[in-house]
Design a protein around this ligand. Structure first.
Ligand code: SAM
Length: 263
């Protein structure tokens, strides 16, 4: 369902909601979303577009056959991925131009996109939706089933995206721990399901994009799990991410797999 601005009610507003409305009305990315022909479901879609563009169009490489989008609801990132992989992922066909932009010549529909979230999602063409908790091992097993098909018997993904975020409590320690739990669960999934750059035979193939909230615990996580296992790890705060949020993304390229003796 496309994003629809709600009309402001006539009730008096609290100062925080007035501030929010005023910030929204000035936010260039909210304005861009409302006027963009693709009618992305979320403002987050622009973060992924920015990351993809900055890191060489990793979603559009011809060898990318399977993408997993974790924490996908309401579906902006999945719409971006589906568009890049040749599906018409628009919620509404507004203009002919938008249709042309979303269909990339030379792409077939032999691609797998899996979107996972705790919440229900409205369907997106080309995207298989799975409602489940990524902190549960059962969900990882279900994703593997979705990934495994004749062209991909080993059930691997070329790109794993995680924009997952638990509900914030306002307690910094609890919130950092939830973010760390999510990062650990995503890494556990990645080590079993991301195709290595060696298997693909392309440098920087096997990409993980992982959202996290800045905290010293996260520096340790990066040093222990990301830096040793990827050819390149970059920290990015997209321009489209609100300055007051402590969120940031690691763009990790070139999955090397586990080292001998690691499990
Ligand atoms: C910021 S939103 C994602 C927005 C999405 N990338 C988009 O473009 O529409 C974060 C999502 O993470 C999901 N989430 C949080 N914890 C999760 C978990 N343990 N398993 C699956 N999804 C989770 C939330 O339900 C929420 O929809």
């Amino acid at each position: 369902m496309p994003f629809r601005p709600t009309l402001p009610s006539l009730q008096p507003k609290s100062s925080s909601s007035t501030n929010w409305l005023s910030r929204q009305s000035r936010d260039p990315y909210v304005k861009q979303r409302l006027s963009h022909p693709a009618l992305y479901r979320s403002r987050s879609a622009f973060k992924l577009l920015e990351l993809d563009q900055k890191y060489g169009g990793f979603l559009s490489k011809p060898d990318v056959r399977a993408v997993v989008d974790l924490g996908a609801a309401p579906g902006g990132w999945s719409q971006v991925v589906a568009g890049k992989m040749g599906f018409d992922a628009l919620d509404e066909d507004t203009t002919e131009l938008a249709k042309e932009e979303s269909s990339i010549p030379g792409r077939t529909k032999e691609k797998t996109i899996i979107a996972v979230d705790l919440l229900r999602m409205t369907p997106i063409p080309g995207v298989q939706i799975l409602q489940g908790d990524m902190l549960s091992l059962r969900t990882a097993a279900q994703i593997k089933n979705f990934l495994s098909r004749p062209g991909n018997p080993e059930g691997k993904a070329d790109v794993i995206l995680s924009d997952m975020a638990a509900n914030m409590t306002g307690n910094k320690i609890a919130d950092s721990e939830s973010s760390l739990d999510i990062c650990n669960a995503v890494f556990a999934f990645t080590k079993d399901h991301l195709r290595t750059e060696k298997t693909v035979a392309r440098r920087k193939a096997g990409v993980l994009v992982l959202k996290h909230f800045a905290h010293p615990l996260m520096t340790g996580f990066r040093k222990e799990y990301l830096d040793p296992h990827f050819t390149n790890v970059a920290y990015v705060k997209p321009d489209s991410s609100r300055a007051q949020s402590s969120e940031g993304y690691w763009v990790c390229m070139g999955w090397k797999g586990l080292h001998q003796g690691e499990s």
